[in-house]
Design a protein. Structure first.
Length: 255
């Protein structure tokens, strides 16, 4: 997992170009859940800043943290001037400052599970909100998805990441909600879905795949072959299901 977590920097510009952004509905959901003004936020694994821009655009003072130097450099090209940026992994962030919101956009699964929730709680003011959101980007056409799976199979069984705690996909509450429900540090755990249908050209979809860690850790030769095989079965445009799963929780008051 550590290798995959730090594989994105080489494709930072493609990540910015081809990864989908986040809808305003997500921000509205998080702020409504908070139930009070959110003035400060810490983002974990900010990537190129797609979520950073969403929250900063609503007046939240965001501190965006990212361990990969190339990703952080790309982020700094695109975020508003008032965003504070720091090159750091979640596990080494200083714990002196507390925030009204801590959030992770498609990045929480890269953090170390050991001590994750006490550290998260230490970064939040009592009553503060934790939010995690993300989604695999899947082909909407089942037949096309099957054709791509067959094209990929000699190189990869799947290009997705399994649930970090083994939660089966049919279970109502998914990770990290499952862990948050068991944590002594958090309460009022909720899970919500936001529809995000997308249409991409085949070129853009291949660009998106070029930013997916399962492909990034392949050898250059294997990656070239698998991308060639996938591109051959794609039509000119593809429909995608990129619905967001959002998990929200509230920091318990300190005893």
């Amino acid at each position: 997992m550590a290798i995959r977590a730090l594989s994105f920097g080489a494709m930072a510009q493609a990540y910015e170009r081809f990864r989908p952004g986040y809808p305003a509905e997500l921000l509205d959901l998080v702020l409504a859940y908070a139930g009070r003004p959110v003035r400060t936020a810490l983002e974990i694994g900010a990537g190129t800043g797609k979520a950073t821009r969403l929250f900063a655009g609503r007046g939240v003072a965001v501190t965006a943290t990212e361990p990969d130097e190339a990703m952080l450099a790309e982020l700094r090209k695109h975020v508003p001037a008032g965003v504070r940026t720091e090159r750091a992994a979640f596990e080494v962030l200083p714990l002196g400052e507390r925030y009204g919101l801590v959030y992770a956009a498609a990045s929480l699964h890269w953090t170390n599970p050991v001590g994750r929730w006490p550290r998260m709680a230490a970064l939040l003011a009592p009553g503060g909100v934790f939010a995690s959101f993300g989604s695999p980007v899947r082909l909407a056409d089942p037949e096309l998805a099957q054709a791509v799976q067959q094209a990929r199979l000699p190189f990869l069984d799947t290009d997705e990441i399994a649930s970090p705690d083994g939660t089966p996909p049919e279970q109502a509450m998914q990770w990290p909600g499952t862990e948050l429900q068991q944590s002594e540090w958090f309460t009022d755990v909720r899970q919500a879905e936001i529809e995000r249908p997308l249409t991409m050209t085949a070129h853009a979809y291949m660009g998106h795949l070029s930013t997916v860690s399962a492909y990034l850790i392949l050898s250059a030769a294997d990656r070239e072959q698998v991308f060639h095989r996938i591109r051959e079965v794609l039509p000119a445009t593809v429909g995608l299901n990129a619905d967001l799963t959002v998990h929200l929780a509230r920091r318990r008051p300190e005893k």
